[in-house]
Design a protein around this ligand. Structure first.
Ligand code: B12
Length: 395
């Protein structure tokens, strides 16, 4: 039977990865483990075969200790961890699980650290402060049960980047391409279509957004930025394959070009704007979106692309003689060199040419070291400023 029907789940809740070991992990239990990467509605866990531990936890009943209780969990230690867990409301529902923990697969902090790609000391710290409930072996070593690990991953939006280290399979073939983000159905559809590579559907949804009264850049920002941010999260959680991200980027670029081509060419009198992403920054979409937004409000805007050496930026400013320059900064690998080059560009533009900057790499630490006229965090902000600049020029 389909999982959704079996557990009465909404379609949306099917999003998490499904790890479905072919072989039972422990001989007496068959576990279907859902590792949750996303922060939106999700299912706790399901176990098939034997009775679910979570059911027992919810009912507050202690599961009976079975005959195959291995004895490597000392009763006194269990009591202690039972008490400390009780103090932590987040894990109160896991208490009975400890009592049957010996029946579950158990992992050392080192193994969990390797699977999550974090340091072993972080995992030990989480164990010691109760964030990950542990049981202890007779020798006093921390052991993390599959249940506890799953609860931790779920509650803290963590991912098992290398599940194979724990003997869990890699990405399940059942994984879906649903991506988290804006709840608007149009956005949801767009994200799903982009993840599936359905370009025609993406195009149709974009047209719908524009037809609903949004400007082209608003529509593109709303749908593409949201989807790409969702892709980033999904990619981070192994939920999305690299090719899906690359393909999504390509489709997004084509859509932006199409939107741009729908805007009439600017008149000769239109003010000129140029911009791009600096050397070392591979991100293409933001600067393309900036170009689209400026064209839409009457600027003769040209994006010079990504990974642009600063000398070339300076040369372009000389050749175009623009009334505005923008710089989109999504990635800075060498802050010192970037700051020096950025300051050089600002100096070359002089006081008369406004330099607008934006992009997710411009953190509070970096910005004060840069020279610029305005920092924008969205296209809307840019469009407002650009409109003001045009007004000032006309006066
Ligand atoms: C696609 C993508 C890539 C592609 C880009 C391809 C391309 N042709 O552009 C490639 C493959 C190059 C790539 C590489 C990497 N990526 Co990447 N990537 C992404 C992804 C999924 C989408 C980026 C994107 O296009 N977003 C859409 C744009 C439109 O959104 P935006 O950047 O927020 O821009 C908006 C605003 O910031 C603003 N804005 C931006 N600039 C400007 C400028 C002005 C003037 C104005 C007004 C406004 C403005 O307006 C935009 C529109 O709303 C992001 C996820 C994400 N959160 O964005 C990860 C992401 C950025 N990547 C990430 C990582 C880790 C990497 C890699 C290190 C992966 C690797 N191991 O190799 C490399 C690093 C490359 C580098 N040198 O930095 C991480 C960064 C994590 C971090 N802490 O910094 C992210 C966040 C994914 C994640 N969740 O882990 N990536």
């Amino acid at each position: 039977m389909h999982l959704r029907e079996r557990f009465g789940l909404s379609k949306r809740s099917e999003r998490p990865l499904v790890y479905r070991p072919v072989e039972p992990i422990a001989s007496e239990i068959r576990i279907e483990l859902r590792i949750h990467c996303f922060s939106k509605p999700r299912i706790r866990k399901e176990m098939s075969g034997n009775r679910s531990f979570s059911e027992l936890a919810v009912s507050g009943k202690r599961p009976p200790l079975s005959t195959d209780y291995t004895g490597n969990v000392q009763p006194r230690r269990l009591k202690r961890s039972h008490r400390s867990l009780k103090r932590s409301p987040r894990f109160s529902s896991l208490i009975p699980t400890c009592l049957v923990a010996a029946r579950q697969p158990q992992f050392s902090p080192k193994e969990v650290a390797a699977a999550m790609d974090v340091s072993e000391s972080s995992v030990k710290r989480w164990c010691d402060n109760g964030t990950i409930p542990v049981i202890k072996t007779a020798g006093g070593h921390r052991r993390i049960t599959l249940d506890a690990l799953q609860a931790f991953v779920h509650a803290n939006d963590r991912c098992l980047l290398k599940p194979e280290v724990l003997g869990l399979p890699q990405l399940s073939p059942d994984r879906t391409t649903r991506i988290d983000g804006n709840e608007d159905p149009l956005n949801q559809n767009f994200r799903d279509s982009l993840a599936e590579g359905d370009e025609a559907a993406c195009r149709e949804l974009m047209a719908k957004k524009v037809a609903a009264g949004h400007t082209r850049s608003e529509a593109a920002e709303s749908l593409i930025t949201d989807a790409m941010h969702g892709f980033g999260e999904a990619w981070d959680c192994n939920q999305l394959d690299v090719y899906q991200e690359r393909r999504g980027c390509d489709i997004a670029m084509r859509l932006i070009y199409e939107l741009r081509s729908e805007i009439p060419s600017p008149p000769k009198s239109a003010p000129i704007a140029i911009g791009g992403a600096p050397e070392g920054d591979p991100y293409q979409l933001p600067t393309m979106l900036v170009e689209l937004a400026l064209r839409e409000v009457g600027w003769n805007a040209t994006s010079l692309g990504n990974d642009l050496p600063m000398e070339s930026f300076v040369q372009a400013a000389h050749d175009y003689d623009p009334q505005m320059v923008w710089m989109s900064v999504s990635s800075v690998s060498e802050p010192g060199m970037f700051v020096a080059a950025q300051n050089q560009l600002a100096d070359s533009l002089g006081e008369d040419v406004p330099l607008l900057i934006g992009g997710r790499a411009l953190c509070d630490k970096l910005r004060p070291r840069l020279r610029y006229t305005a920092h924008c965090d969205s296209l809307r902000h840019l469009v407002e400023l650009a409109a003001l600049m045009r007004l000032n020029r006309q006066k």
